[in-house]
Design a protein around this ligand. Structure first.
Ligand code: PLP
Length: 240
């Protein structure tokens, strides 16, 4: 196996192990491929499908995460040509209004919706033929230094707005935990996110996705009830 294949399998094993230990459903995985080339993504896609085939499972969970619209568009063309779909592509980076048109066409999910103007722009540009764009509302749960993500008290109105827009399907919440030397220090914010998620679920019964946890804090995130992890470095190695 290649390095990427070995690391991807190790991450998937680890996720399952920690979830079982914590008594949680096994969360999904978005492999974050930003600043890694198409060849690495193709390796990961093949390894992922092979793993499903070995387990005689439907391979519905193959997903890649990208931060920049242009980079993702170029990569997706190459990956689709080399590895047959279905893989889903998630935009996880901050989205500017002038990129919303391209993003609405290029991605299956946008996890970084943090204001109504962006939601409206995505809805306007989502081609009807592509089906609804899957949307997560990004919450700034603990990072005062970052402007990305809406404030916790803005989550409900923004979720209501997304749910009402044609072309968008509200699926849940996303948060980027602040970096800590000790992943245990990430726990209070991750726990607060789970609380917020359950609160939003009372209004929007259909939502099923809480995206949190990266390479450094994925175990704590699983324990605190993440349903989707975004892992880059532990799969693809350090970014150049
Ligand atoms: C880069 C990135 C990740 C992955 O981070 P790793 O530490 O490499 O696992 C996850 N989420 C977001 C929003 C990112 O920008």
């Amino acid at each position: 196996m290649t390095d990427v294949a070995t690391s991807l399998n190790a991450v998937l094993e680890r996720i399952a192990h920690v979830a079982v230990r914590a008594g949680r459903p096994v969360p999904g995985l978005v492999a974050v491929s930003k600043r890694h080339d198409a060849a690495a993504v193709i390796e990961a896609a093949h390894a992922w499908r092979q793993r499903c085939a070995e387990r005689a499972m439907a391979c519905t969970g193959v997903a890649f995460g990208e931060n920049y619209v242009q980079e993702a568009v170029a990569k997706r063309v190459q990956v689709d040509a080399a590895a047959p779909p279905p893989a889903t592509w998630h935009l996880i980076g901050h989205l500017q209004r002038n990129k919303a048109r391209e993003a609405a066409r290029a991605f299956d999910w946008v996890q970084s919706v943090d204001r109504i103007a962006i939601a409206e722009a995505l809805a306007r540009h989502r081609p009807a033929s592509a089906g609804p764009l899957q949307v997560l509302v990004q919450v700034n749960i603990d990072d005062e230094g970052s402007k990305a993500g809406c404030a916790p008290d803005a989550v409900e109105p923004l979720c209501d707005a997304v749910a009402a827009l044609p072309g968008l399907a509200l699926r849940g919440l996303m948060a980027i935990g602040r970096a800590h030397d000790d992943p245990e220090h990430a726990r209070p914010a991750l726990r607060a996110m789970r609380g917020l998620f359950e609160q939003v679920q009372q209004r929007h019964a259909g939502i099923d996705t809480l995206s949190m946890g990266m390479s450094a804090d994925m175990e704590v995130a699983i324990e605190e009830g993440a349903t989707l992890l975004r892992v880059g470095t532990a799969i693809f190695g350090a970014r150049g």
